[in-house]
Design a protein around this ligand. Sequence first.
Ligand SMILES: [Zn+2]
Length: 269
Amino acid sequence: MYSSIKHVRRITAAFLMVFAGACGVSQQQEVELGASTAQQVAAELPMLRDGASINYITALGNRLVNATDSRGLAWHFNIVDSREINAFAVPGGWIYVNRGLIEKAGTMSELAGVLAHEIGHVTRRHSVQQMQQAQGANVGLALACTLTRVCESGVSRAAINVGGSALFAKFSRSDEREADAEAVSTTVRAGISPLGIPVMFQTLLNERKNNPSRLDMFFSTHPMEESRITNTQNQINAYSPGEIQGLTRDNQEFQNFKRRLMSLPAPRK
Ligand SMILES: [Zn+2]
């Protein structure tokens, strides 16, 4: 697991303290929190520095963002150079996909679905909402827990999760449903087939059986069960077949990108 989580939680706790007095988190605060968290992420996690790969993920990400973002955020797409299968979003528009997840995606639409899901967490402000909920009774407890780790076990688990929410938010099942629904509608609007979404879920569930340790982080932050496959499939079935058939499932650019990634030196972990 990423050793940096505790450290980043500390930074997050400092922000929680700043936010605790306010009655809501403004977009500017959200972006400031995101920028600071992104700096920590870049310092603590191995970031892939390959320009051509970053250009590809940025182009695909922006294609999706243009179909959904109404707030005009400045988005940043990054690849974590790790074999672990994970993806996460930081408030304000920072999206991270691990190399391990990209290498598991068979087609462009599978990767697009993951990106659109993470983008959905940001546009729906799921982490920000958790922070807002943390204001009040829980915030002092969350801070105490995050700063001192005095209550790592027992009654305060929920508060600890809140304290770490900005980076590795433990999303609720309803957050996941919402982000999945966003992923389907965003990919369709971007001209990309949503059929990659249930395919990728199935890949992740299979991988959990075969290689559970590589997905610990993903499943601890994005609750995942079979119902997410049927839910997204039902949502896709609500479109007319003609609307879905013409959409792009895969292309040469994605396959070139994947081949390039696989040819780079192996990640250290
Ligand atoms: Zn999620």
